[in-house]
Design a protein. Structure first.
Ligand SMILES: *Cc1c(COP(=O)(O)O)cnc(C)c1O
Length: 432
């Protein structure tokens, strides 16, 4: 465990969080390098080394920075990006193009051009229109693109509705209707600019059961068989997406990668051998499970407000601008007073952010020691979709990110400055 308590302070991957907050300021994202590396090694041991012809693409939207991309490259994982900005970050980190997969339900022509010119390894096509654009772009440049089709497998997952993506009524993926999907597949096979590799699904996030992955995989495998029968075409790759749940609160049970992957691989291998099909390459795209538990956020406690008979609001110097998940989909977090880490809880309080929104509540009803202005609050499991969803609402500055490892800390994202906040603003002539 990278979490340790010593001299009444919280330590994270060997670093005293009280010292980190003093040195780098707050709010501060702190990412444990050893936790991320350990996740990657788990994936190596339980998947990459265990099966032939499989890959893991880190879904970088969970936490996309140049340093993180370097770390992912060092750990031997492929990379999934979902926008020109994420792709640009990967390019600037010198990440190898052929190991990049490009997802997204509405890639622009400019983004597709960027991806094709950089030579990304796979484009996961999400619509009829997108395939036509890719063909045109490739024709103009006399080049080819390696594609998969993202399908909507029509499975309902057990997670918050707002993070479920595989149901029939979804903005993600291509509907299974033959007139749509099979027409696209036929076109892809017949088009020389298109190397049609296979099918992709991603059914949702923060999942703790393997059943929906198995149902969706069965849908994809049935399609592999049908495509073989109908077009005499061999699907070379299936991408089963990400969505593996992470631990947020004390007592949350996390499922191992093996819990998801063993039955998925068994189903896949059995189906292929039963039907005399070559087993396609299998790719997964975990994001959250690699980074969520590696990260904590440090906030300084400011105003403390007692509403008699109702609750005590303890306000911090950030909130929905550095962690929008509680406001966006009722995500729950655990935390600790990092400078009073050994003290007994004496009261139940609510940790409130400083943004002008009533939903800006970081943690509702948490038992803490007696808190005072100036104390340091640490929120656990903020490594995924924290920094990557940060905003400048209320013109709050985007916090710095430090990567910590065995007592050493390095800044990987500097704190935004007021100057940077205004760098694109101008007062037009007419208003001067
Ligand atoms: C978000 C996303 C993932 C990763 O999901 P996690 O829940 O973070 O593992 C994988 N694939 C696609 C296409 C995604 O959009």
């Amino acid at each position: 465990m990278v979490k340790k308590i010593k001299n009444n302070h919280l330590f994270w991957d060997g670093c005293d969080t009280v010292e980190l907050a003093e040195k780098y300021g707050t709010p501060l994202y702190v990412m444990s390098k050893n936790t991320i590396v350990e996740e990657c090694r788990q994936l190596q041991a339980t998947f990459i080394q265990k099966y032939d012809n499989v890959r893991v693409a880190y879904a970088s939207k969970a936490f996309n920075t140049m340093a993180m991309i370097k770390l992912i490259e060092n750990e031997g994982l492929c990379l999934d990006v979902v926008s020109g900005g994420e792709l640009y970050t990967a390019i600037m980190a010198n990440y190898p193009a052929e190991k990049i997969e490009f997802n997204g339900n509405n890639k622009s022509i400019e983004e597709l051009v960027m991806a094709i010119e950089y030579g990304v390894g796979r484009i996961i096509v999400d619509s009829v229109q997108e395939l036509q654009w890719i063909i045109e772009i490739c024709r103009e440049r006399k080049t080819t693109a390696n594609i998969l089709f993202r399908i909507t497998p029509e499975v309902e997952v057990a997670t918050h509705d707002f993070i479920s993506t595989g149901q029939k009524d979804s903005k993600f993926g291509i509907p299974l209707e033959e007139s749509i999907l099979f027409a696209l597949i036929e076109q892809a096979i017949a088009t020389p600019e298109i190397n049609f590799y296979g099918l992709h699904f991603h059914i949702g996030s923060q999942l703790f059961t393997n059943e929906t992955h198995l149902l969706a995989a069965q849908v994809a495998l049935d399609l592999v068989k049908k495509i073989h029968e109908r077009f005499d075409y061999t699907i070379r790759e299936l991408n089963y997406g990400g969505g593996f749940g992470a631990r947020y609160k004390e007592g949350d049970e996390r499922k191992s990668y093996a819990y998801f992957l063993e039955p998925l691989m068994a189903l896949t291998e059995q189906f292929c051998s039963d039907n005399d099909l070559v087993r396609p390459a299998i790719v997964i795209e975990p994001g959250r499970s690699i980074v969520a538990e590696a990260g904590i956020t440090l906030h300084r406690i400011g105003s403390i407000k007692e509403v008699p008979g109702v609750r005590k609001y303890v306000a911090i110097d950030g909130g929905m601008t550095d962690n929008i998940r509680p406001g966006l989909y009722e995500a729950e977090y655990d935390g600790i007073v990092a400078n009073k880490a050994e003290e007994e809880a004496v009261e139940i309080v609510t940790i409130a952010g400083k943004a002008c929104e009533s939903t800006d509540i970081l943690v509702k009803d948490i038992a803490l020691p007696a808190v005072e202005t100036g104390d340091l609050f640490a929120t656990f499991s903020t490594g995924a979709y924290g920094y990557s969803m940060a905003s400048n609402y209320n013109k709050l500055l985007i916090p710095a990110v430090v990567l910590v490892s065995a007592g050493e800390a390095e800044v990987i994202v500097k704190r935004q400055t007021y100057e940077q906040l205004l760098q694109n603003e101008q007062i037009p002539e007419s208003l001067r």
